[in-house]
Design a binder for this molecule. Sequence first.
Ligand code: VGL
Ligand code: ZN
Length: 197
Amino acid sequence: MTHALLVIDVQNDFCPGGALAVAQGDQVVAPINAMMDAFDAVILTQDWHPAGHSSFAGTHPGKAPFELIQMPYGPQVLWPDHCVQGTKGAAFHPDLRTDADLIIRKGFRSDIDSYSAFFENDQSTPTGLEGYLNTRGITQLTMVGLATDFCVHFSAVDAARLGFDVTVRTAACRAIDLDGSLAAAETAMREAGVTLA
Ligand code: VGL
Ligand code: ZN
């Protein structure tokens, strides 16, 4: 059994002072760092958008952050512009250990967002992570990071559907919690067979 820790989007823009700050987002850093040595592999994800990304409210004149729009692939929340490639906001929190095996970037296509570390928001364009995990014989995944109700949630559900044994360690996650999104995410994860611990 090969067990990986998947650390989702622990980046400056999701921490206090960042463009899309998650309350207490920085508080996940210490517990995540302390967990890393217990795993066979550590993988970090990095939200990595080009300027003018279609998920940014600033890209849509007259639209405000957190409004919902319809994209060809379905509904999309508009976010404050965040995690622009190469900026300080896109960098990992300065205290996060980055001695990981793999860093996988997502959200780099202008016209599609990617919450999940496995598939973009059309639920069909792969990031390549599944192949990496399978090639390395990784069958168990523990997930931590930001945000519980978006990128952790969609990554966990996709991983469970792909047949991985998935646990989300909620003490090392924090949520955006938009209109009940945290409760909905917890229900969806449990229904997909994810263990919340
Ligand atoms: C995320 C919204 C937009 C996340 C990323 O990491 O949960 N949320 N981009
Ligand atoms: Zn994003």
